[in-house]
Design a protein. Structure first.
Length: 78
Protein backbone atom coordinates (compact mmCIF):
# COMPACT_ATOMS: atom_id res chain seq x y z
CA UNK A 1 0.00 0.00 0.00
CA UNK A 2 1.29 3.43 -0.99
CA UNK A 3 1.50 6.33 1.47
CA UNK A 4 -0.64 9.40 0.72
CA UNK A 5 1.16 12.44 -0.72
CA UNK A 6 2.49 15.15 1.54
CA UNK A 7 0.44 18.39 1.71
CA UNK A 8 3.08 20.33 -0.27
CA UNK A 9 2.85 17.74 -3.05
CA UNK A 10 -0.87 18.25 -3.58
CA UNK A 11 -2.78 20.88 -5.57
CA UNK A 12 -4.65 23.76 -3.99
CA UNK A 13 -7.97 22.93 -5.72
CA UNK A 14 -9.77 22.82 -2.37
CA UNK A 15 -9.01 26.53 -1.96
CA UNK A 16 -10.98 27.45 -5.11
CA UNK A 17 -14.78 27.96 -5.10
CA UNK A 18 -17.07 25.08 -5.98
CA UNK A 19 -18.95 25.73 -9.21
CA UNK A 20 -21.23 22.67 -9.19
CA UNK A 21 -20.58 21.85 -12.81
CA UNK A 22 -21.08 25.44 -14.02
CA UNK A 23 -18.51 27.28 -16.06
CA UNK A 24 -17.08 30.39 -14.45
CA UNK A 25 -18.33 33.41 -16.39
CA UNK A 26 -15.54 35.96 -16.08
CA UNK A 27 -17.99 38.74 -16.93
CA UNK A 28 -19.78 38.09 -13.65
CA UNK A 29 -16.55 38.75 -11.76
CA UNK A 30 -16.49 42.37 -12.90
CA UNK A 31 -20.08 43.57 -12.73
CA UNK A 32 -20.24 47.19 -13.74
CA UNK A 33 -23.87 48.17 -13.33
CA UNK A 34 -24.13 48.79 -17.07
CA UNK A 35 -27.46 47.26 -18.04
CA UNK A 36 -28.77 49.46 -20.83
CA UNK A 37 -27.87 48.99 -24.46
CA UNK A 38 -26.77 52.03 -26.46
CA UNK A 39 -26.42 51.98 -30.24
CA UNK A 40 -25.83 54.74 -32.74
CA UNK A 41 -24.25 55.35 -36.11
CA UNK A 42 -20.90 57.10 -36.30
CA UNK A 43 -18.37 57.76 -39.04
CA UNK A 44 -15.68 55.20 -39.68
CA UNK A 45 -13.03 57.81 -38.84
CA UNK A 46 -14.64 58.69 -35.48
CA UNK A 47 -14.87 55.03 -34.48
CA UNK A 48 -11.25 54.42 -35.45
CA UNK A 49 -10.18 57.35 -33.25
CA UNK A 50 -12.18 56.08 -30.28
CA UNK A 51 -10.85 52.54 -30.74
CA UNK A 52 -7.26 53.83 -30.85
CA UNK A 53 -7.84 55.75 -27.62
CA UNK A 54 -9.36 52.67 -25.97
CA UNK A 55 -6.45 50.49 -27.06
CA UNK A 56 -3.83 53.04 -26.02
CA UNK A 57 -5.43 53.57 -22.59
CA UNK A 58 -6.35 49.88 -22.16
CA UNK A 59 -10.04 50.79 -21.78
CA UNK A 60 -13.31 49.44 -23.11
CA UNK A 61 -15.13 51.58 -25.66
CA UNK A 62 -17.83 52.34 -23.09
CA UNK A 63 -15.18 53.56 -20.64
CA UNK A 64 -13.87 56.01 -23.25
CA UNK A 65 -17.42 57.29 -23.80
CA UNK A 66 -17.94 57.64 -20.03
CA UNK A 67 -14.75 59.68 -19.75
CA UNK A 68 -15.88 61.86 -22.68
CA UNK A 69 -19.18 62.55 -20.92
CA UNK A 70 -17.45 63.37 -17.63
CA UNK A 71 -15.22 65.84 -19.46
CA UNK A 72 -18.18 67.38 -21.29
CA UNK A 73 -20.19 67.77 -18.08
CA UNK A 74 -17.23 69.49 -16.44
CA UNK A 75 -17.31 72.26 -19.04
CA UNK A 76 -19.08 75.54 -18.54
CA UNK A 77 -22.43 75.97 -20.25
CA UNK A 78 -22.20 77.65 -23.62
Amino acid sequence: MEAPPLPEETTQNLQTPELLGQKLDKRSLRKTGRTEQFATRVSKEWLEKVRKIAEKENLKLVEVLEKMLERYEGREKF
